[in-house]
Design a protein around this ligand. Structure first.
Ligand code: SAH
Length: 261
């Protein structure tokens, strides 16, 4: 077990911990996430969680995969929360493990709201979100002093499965010098057209990073105008992030991962 000069909170039976597992590398787990894995009676994880992380579950723990892959719900949300509530009511220490951060495009708030409504005690353990930590593994910072003092995190997959339309794309494209897209690969053509129509320049730097922070990490660097063809040519598949803006140019100096691998 972990030997630390301070106590971590006790994981009580009948409670649910909603935990972010980070983008992939098990080394990016928080102490609380590892503590939860070592103590949970039941681990209900998203398909997106790296198998090396799931393998850290306590021997004998019940381990079930439930949740989305690449934005598609592979188990119905109601079934997932129903299962969490059922296990908690049986007195289990229930670990709900999600990729990245549970509160960033991760359905964490929805699950926590249902737990709250059902009167189940829960704890939220944030994780490193792919749009920050995953990009860092590709040598692309979310911000840097010389390039941008704001960044927008955008889902390419709205509630109806298409690119979202509930916000003002023109304002966002104008106001956010750097845009990071989650779940953007499926409708990449549509996304590119939307950005061009909103005034972003076709020669602006854009990158796609698939399976970031895993041994399978793949990066494609192109421009807004060229990214769709470049992604297709490289055969890049979800899960992948897209990032638009001047931070992409820093990768040529900051790409520590490919050099270390
Ligand atoms: N809660 C997660 C996001 C879930 S939405 C987080 O905070 O990171 C799923 C999307 O996240 C994927 O379609 C992809 O865009 C992105 N994603 C998650 N893990 C990733 C990884 N290791 N590499 C690249 N993209 C990733």
């Amino acid at each position: 077990m972990l030997e630390l000069p301070f106590d971590l909170p006790s994981f009580d039976g009948g409670t649910v911990w909603l935990v972010g597992a980070g983008p992939g590398d098990p080394g990016l787990l928080s102490l609380l996430a590892l503590h939860a894995l070592r103590h949970a009676d039941a681990v209900i994880h998203d398909a997106l969680v790296d198998e090396r992380i799931v393998a850290l579950a306590r021997p004998g723990a019940l381990v079930e995969s439930m949740g989305k892959r690449g934005g598609a719900a592979s188990a119905r949300q109601a079934d997932i929360t129903g299962r969490l509530i059922q296990l908690a009511r049986q007195g289990f220490k229930v670990l709900r493990l999600k990729g990245g951060d549970p509160f960033v495009f991760g359905r964490g708030p929805e699950e926590a709201l249902e737990l709250a409504q059902a009167g189940i005690a829960f704890r939220i353990v944030p994780g490193i979100t792919a749009g920050i930590g995953g990009l860092a593994y590709a040598g692309i910072p979310a911000t840097s002093k010389d390039t941008n003092s704001a960044v927008a995190f955008v889902t390419g997959h709205g509630a109806d499965g298409e690119i979202p339309d509930e916000f003002d794309w023109d304002s966002l494209a104008k106001g956010a010098p750097v845009m990071v897209f989650y779940m953007g690969i499926k409708h990449l053509d549509q996304l590119v057209s939307r950005l061009l129509a909103s005034g972003r320049r076709p020669d602006e730097a854009m990158a796609a990073v698939a399976e970031a922070a895993t041994p399978r990490q793949k990066v494609v660097v192109s421009t807004l105008g060229g990214i769709a063809a470049a992604v297709a040519e490289a055969g890049l598949k979800p899960p992948a992030l897209l990032v638009l803006g001047a931070v992409v140019g820093l990768r040529q100096h900051l790409d520590w991962w490919d050099r270390h691998a």
